[in-house]
Design a binder for this molecule. Structure first.
Ligand code: ADP
Ligand code: MG
Length: 635
């Protein structure tokens, strides 16, 4: 076949061999092979057989004339695939004039009238051979283009993405098959329709903005809901890029993917995340998480409240820089019990204010999807209130048993003391008026009286009388106490302030016992201010409406939550009390004074308790102490 060799095959249909010789001579340099036949029929047959590059025919062959030869070649189906082969006629001038129009109309490529010179024939051949070559290449290229167009069309039509083209006015000029399955619309009906008409009206403004930008030459990715046929609607992610031809934007091409399911899942995950977060944020317990390097990765609202740190100020920081390193070491240490269940432990933490608080906590590993440890979760509770309550219970226990003991001993002492006193008084009567020994007896009696006073205090503590409750105005009870101590106050250089709210109601209290309460507190204050200072006693009524405040102050005790109450504060600017002694000052016999009994505050404590009240202390070394008593108003 001709394609195997590079030879150009020329089919020469001519009864006269002379032209063939001439052809051979002029085409010597072109690597040609010339096949000559005399008959037109035979020529037609050979076309299929040898597939020549050029057909040169004498108009008059032995059988067919040029017209019917050309007609057959141009019109018979069997020559369809050879019709690109250039066909030339040779004849005398007369024939050419007569038939050239009709033959050129049929598709003839050229006509040469005899006679012609070698050179003319040579040039003609060369031109045709070259033209033919170019044609063949073009044809191949065209076929290649067609084939790849088909390939791409096929690809575009059948991909799972929706692919479309918009013209410069934003109208669909091309839509692939996916359009139909996605929207339910017939795609032909949408050709020429505006892109924006497909978008849900709610998403139109933003979609419009994005695709306008594509028309300014930038590729855009955005999401929008589309309106499908019969209530079908999907969320698509669009990617629209401009089509630029010779520097001008002539339209755009878009690829869109159905992200409805993905969006739904995203929303579900988000919902779940929000749900989890709201649980974590709303719980009272603190939750702190760290990564493997010990950086804090989260702190919930409960944790913020307990530690006093805001999450945003600690996230990203080393936990050791926020809490004390030795505390952190304990928090993160392995719990001594093996097993997977979180094990609850207790410790003390130094919070932002520098205060130490007691917490109960559990430490667990944070695990990722691959079940690998990625950090630590510490969950903790503020148990200082609980601790305080526990110690109150212990103290009350101790008070009770000490009370029994003390009252027994006191009794045993009281009787002999009475004996001593009577004897001393009897002796006194025996001596002369000026007898110096009488002085000894006075001293004995004085010391006995002191012991007696002490015993009375003991009894007040150990065998308290049940309160004899009547309606009393607090300010009046206080007035009597102040009259008693006013001299001591001035002598010690202490300024006294009283700050009573005008509408403090009368309270059902034992006035004697409350005198004792005030007296004990005031004396302690005076003793704490040896070189002067200020003593302030204030009272306020806290109504039901301010429950919130009460709740915050008395988290552990909600005995005041359902009614109004009165708050009495006795504060001084004295020495203050050590933090670690605050716990014990209410204990009986706890004293820091050389001549103290250590009973004052324990009596105060019990009286307040018996009136269903509550007492708290706040103190700072060097700046003073305040005692806060809370009493129910009874309404
Ligand atoms: P006493 O006064 O006999 O020592 P209290 O029970 O009245 O016994 O007080 C116990 C201790 O509490 C005192 O010794 C003192 O250390 C401390 N204390 C009480 N009130 C105050 C105060 N206002 N300022 C400083 N320390 C106080
Ligand atoms: Mg005292």
């Amino acid at each position: 076949m001709n394609s195997a060799s590079n030879k150009k095959i020329i089919l020469h249909i001519d009864p006269d061999p002379r032209i063939t010789n001439l052809l051979k001579k002029v085409s010597m340099h072109y690597h040609t092979h010339i096949v000559r036949v005399s008959s037109g029929q035979e020529g037609l047959y050979l076309i299929k057989e040898i597939q020549p590059h050029l057909i040169i025919s004498e108009f008059h062959t032995t059988d067919l004339d040029g017209r019917s030869l050309l007609h057959k070649f141009m019109n018979d189906i069997e020559f369809g695939e050879y019709r690109h082969i250039p066909f030339l006629f040779l004849s005398d001038q007369e024939t050419r004039t007569k038939y050239s129009k009709i033959c050129f109309d049929l598709g003839l490529m050229g006509w040469f009238s005899k006679p012609f010179s070698d050179r003319e024939l040579g040039e003609i051949l060369e031109n045709f051979i070259m033209a033919n070559e170019i044609n063949r290449k073009n044809r191949n290229l065209r076929q290649e283009v067609k084939r790849s167009e088909y390939r791409y069309r096929d690809l575009l039509e059948n991909v799972n993405d929706f692919i479309f083209r918009l013209d410069d006015k934003g109208r669909f000029s091309d839509l692939n098959n996916r359009f139909h399955s996605l929207t339910g619309w017939e795609k032909d009906k949408w050709l020429g329709e505006k892109f924006l008409s497909l978008i849900d009206p709610a998403d139109r403004p933003s979609a419009s903005e994005h695709y306008q930008m594509a028309y300014q030459g930038r590729a855009r990715i955005f999401e929008a809901k589309i309106l499908g046929n019969s209530n079908r609607s999907s969320m698509l992610s669009f990617n629209i890029s401009p089509i630029i031809e010779r520097g001008k934007i002539v339209g755009s091409i878009g690829i869109a993917r159905d992200v409805t399911e993905q969006k739904k899942m995203e929303r579900e995950i988000l919902d779940l995340k929000n749900f989890n977060e709201s649980i974590i944020q709303s719980m009272e317990a603190g939750l702190l998480t760290t990564d493997l390097e010990g950086h804090i990765t989260s702190l919930n609202a409960g944790g913020e409240k307990i530690l006093g740190w805001k999450a945003r100020s600690v996230i990203g920081k080393q936990i050791k820089s926020v809490l004390k390193p030795e505390e952190v070491a304990f928090l993160l240490s392995k719990s001594p019990l093996p097993g997977t269940l979180p094990y609850s432990r207790e410790t003390e933490l130094t919070i932002k204010t520098g205060k130490k608080i007691a917490i109960g906590f559990t430490t667990t590993n944070r695990i990722n999807n691959q079940r690998k440890k990625v950090g630590t979760i510490i969950s903790f509770r503020d148990i200082s209130q609980l601790k305080q309550m526990q110690s109150e219970v212990i103290r009350m226990d101790r008070l009770a048993s000490l009370g029994v003991l003390a009252s027994g001993i006191a009794h045993e002492i009281k009787n002999p003391l009475a004996g001593i006193k009577t004897m001393a008084q009897a002796c006194d009567e025996e001596f002369d008026e000026n007898d110096p020994r009488r002085e000894y007896l006075t001293r004995i009696v004085r010391q006995v009286n002191r012991l007696d006073d002490l015993l009375k205090t003991f009894f007040a503590y150990a065998r308290p009388k049940p309160p004899n409750r009547k309606q009393h105005q607090l300010s009046e009870i206080l007035r009597e106490v102040i009259t008693l101590v006013s001299k001591r106050l001035t002598n010690s250089g202490i300024t006294y302030h009283e700050n009573f709210h005008p509408d403090i109601p009368k309270l059902m209290i034992d006035s004697q016992q409350f005198q004792q309460v005030f007296l004990n507190l005031i004396l302690n204050a005076v003793e704490a201010m040896p070189s002067g200072g200020t003593l302030t006693i204030s009272a306020n009524r806290i109504g039901k409406s301010e429950k919130g405040i009460i709740q915050r102050n008395n988290k552990s005790k909600n005995k005041f939550m359902n009614g109004s109450h009165v708050e009495i504060i006795v504060s001084d600017t004295g020495t203050g009390i050590d933090y670690d002694k605050l716990e014990t000052i209410f204990d009986p016999f706890f004293t820091t004074k050389s001549n103290g009994t250590g009973l004052g505050l324990s009596i105060v404590y019990r009286i307040v308790e018996e009136h269903q009240g509550d007492i708290r202390v706040e103190s700072r070394i060097g700046s003073g102490t305040s005692f806060k008593i809370t009493l129910p108003t009874g309404d």
